[in-house]
Design a protein around this ligand. Structure first.
Ligand SMILES: Nc1ncnc2c1ncn2[C@@H]1O[C@H](COP(=O)(O)OP(=O)(O)OP(=O)(O)O)[C@@H](O)[C@H]1O
Ligand SMILES: [Zn+2]
Length: 547
């Protein structure tokens, strides 16, 4: 998936600004800095700022009682000061700001992979790591080296922390948790010291999992350049990652919502050498998540989780848990005996308003997106020279509504002109499909980024590779490209238009010829949201032959 690229890189859904952390907390998301994992966390933190309150004595009311009160007050003050000073002195002995790491001993890591729903591919990828932590001998005997570190990347609330913890639960090893933001310190050296302490503790508890959430806080390219304290912290982290052998039984798991911002040094082999993308759950995943969390509440008979999972495209596990929780709170307040669909509708609306960025697609949008992506997919399928489709989805990702992922068959150093033209055909597939199914006037603005890309490829074909060159316009190659005459621009435009129109017509021909398959692929996309390459084949040409 990492090597794949998408056709619909900018299928814009303009209404969706990025999620803000305020919104998250409004709707009951975890507050990471509050360390909400559970009550059985052993915190090594020593807090010097004990909030001890001392009452102020009113000077006008002094008497014996006043004297007694002031003496008690004084004694409390002395006690408070000594507790404070002791904290400070312990801190000074250990170095300013002892790490906030939390060590969850084996017996308290109660989560297993069975508690993580809706990301089976991720779970499969983790199996060998778990096996390694359980039986490291088996691997070290034959000299196999497993990844030292794993980077979990994905949107907030997709369950990265939960997964990391579940790995510890499965392997039955302790879990050391820290957050990248704890290492961001004003004082040079403090963050680095905390990293050192974290790894010292890890060595003591090995085999174990070290989990660093929000790794971008220390590992991003930008902060690395700008801030010497952060740079030191990152360097220390690199030193620590280099400083233990793969067979010491420590697996470092880092999580981020911004994988692209990470410093390359951190993700190179021997450090965080495996990246796992934690995706948004698909319809089946959402159903599983809803089923698991609703088993802990009393549901009224009118609640249909299948309907709810269909309506929640693009939501994370945390969102779904939240919907049920808000509904349960509402019903408790109203004195109801069970959580009914009405309360769920209400909480769904609240969560959607909070999300803004990714309001789930309604049925009409789903259908249009499915035909759009289906169009790309089928044209790709029947067009020689284009890379095979890896998967197609109508689940919103970032700014795009749907995506068709393609994997280049091999690294391409040179491409045939014919193959580049096929790319344009595939880009046209989305638009053409919408036109055929919904009519020319109902094509959505989502096609504009496809057309932009198609145009820029066509432009490059003409200007750089001489496609469409004839006696009429050959002289453009003799002109300074930055200073092309108006007359020549018109001729170039004509060549570009011809390339685009030819592609459009080829895409149209393919989709008309395979219209039944288009319907099948689109309805499969509506139903399953994501189709793998095999499922696409099954829904297209195999069905034509066998069904
Ligand atoms: N796939 C899932 N299966 C079950 N529960 C989930 C899943 N995804 C999220 N949750 C629930 O949502 C909560 C929050 O998820 P978690 O903190 O693991 O997400 P995250 O990806 O680490 O988010 P962030 O990037 O904000 O740290 C989890 O504790 C869990 O209760
Ligand atoms: Zn498209």
């Amino acid at each position: 998936m990492l090597n794949s690229y998408n056709i619909d890189s900018g299928y814009h859904n303009n209404i969706i600004p990025p999620i803000s952390s305020e919104h998250k907390s409004d709707y009951g998301y975890k507050n990471k800095k509050a360390g909400n994992i559970n009550n059985d966390v052993y915190s090594l933190q020593i807090n010097p700022k004990n909030p001890i309150k001392v009452s102020v004595i009113d000077g006008n009311k002094r008497g014996l009682w006043g004297l007694l009160k002031s003496t008690i007050g004084f004694l409390i003050l002395v006690a408070a000061a000594s507790v404070y000073l002791e904290g400070v002195s312990q801190n000074v002995q250990k170095g300013i700001g002892v790490s906030n790491k939390k060590i969850i001993p084996v017996e308290n890591v109660k989560v297993t992979l069975a508690d993580v729903k809706g990301c089976d591919e991720v779970k499969q990828e983790l199996e060998e790591i778990i096996d390694y932590l359980k039986n490291s001998d088996k691997f070290t005997k034959i000299g196999a080296k497993l990844p030292k570190g794993i980077l979990l990347s994905g949107e907030p609330g997709t369950g990265k922390t939960l997964i990391a913890r579940a790995i510890a639960g499965e392997a039955n090893v302790p879990f050391l948790q820290a957050s990248g933001s704890e290492f961001e310190e004003m004082f040079v050296g403090v963050g680095a010291r905390r990293i050192r302490e974290l790894f010292q503790a890890a060595k003591k508890h090995a085999p174990c999992i070290v989990f660093i959430d929000e790794i971008d806080a220390v590992g991003s390219k930008r902060s690395n350049r700008d801030n010497s304290a952060v740079r030191m912290t990152l360097n220390q982290l690199l030193v620590e990652l280099d400083g233990f052998e793969q067979n010491e039984g420590i697996v470092v798991i880092c999580a981020t919502n911004f994988p692209q911002s990470l410093d390359k040094a951190l993700v190179r082999p021997g450090r965080l050498d495996k990246t796992i993308v934690v995706p948004l759950p698909d319809i089946n995943g959402r159903y599983e998540i809803l089923k698991m969390y609703s088993s802990k509440i009393i549901l009224a008979k009118d609640v249909d989780l299948h309907v709810l999972s269909r309506r929640t495209v693009g939501m994370t596990g945390a969102d779904l848990k939240n919907i049920l929780n808000i509904a349960a709170i509402k019903c408790s307040v109203e004195g109801k005996k069970a959580v009914d669909m009405n309360a769920i509708e209400h909480s769904f609306d609240r969560v959607v308003v909070g999300l803004q960025r990714k309001s789930p697609l309604n049925d009409e949008e789903k259908n249009i997106t499915a035909y759009h992506e289906g169009g790309h997919t089928l044209v790709n399928f029947y067009t020689n020279g284009s890379d095979p489709v890896h998967k197609a989805t109508i689940m919103p990702r970032g700014m795009s509504l749907g995506v068709t992922w393609k994997i280049p068959v091999s690294d391409k150093y040179s491409q045939k002109i014919k193959d580049v033209q096929s790319e344009i055909d595939v880009l046209m597939g989305g638009l053409v499909s919408e036109e055929i199914i919904f009519g020319k006037n109902n094509v959505t603005t989502g096609c504009s980024s496809d057309l932009q890309r198609a145009t820029s490829i066509a432009q490059s074909l003409v200007m750089n590779y001489g496609v469409g060159i004839n006696e009429d316009n050959i002289s453009m190659f003799l002109q300074d490209k930055k200073n092309i005459s108006e007359d020549m621009k018109i001729k170039i435009d004509k060549s570009i238009q011809k390339i685009l129109l030819d592609s459009y017509n080829r895409a149209k021909k393919v989709l008309h010829e395979h219209i039944d398959e288009l319907h099948r692929v689109a309805s499969a996309l509506v139903e399953y949201e994501t189709l793998s390459s095999d499922e696409i084949k099954l829904n297209s040409f195999l069905c034509t032959i066998w069904c």
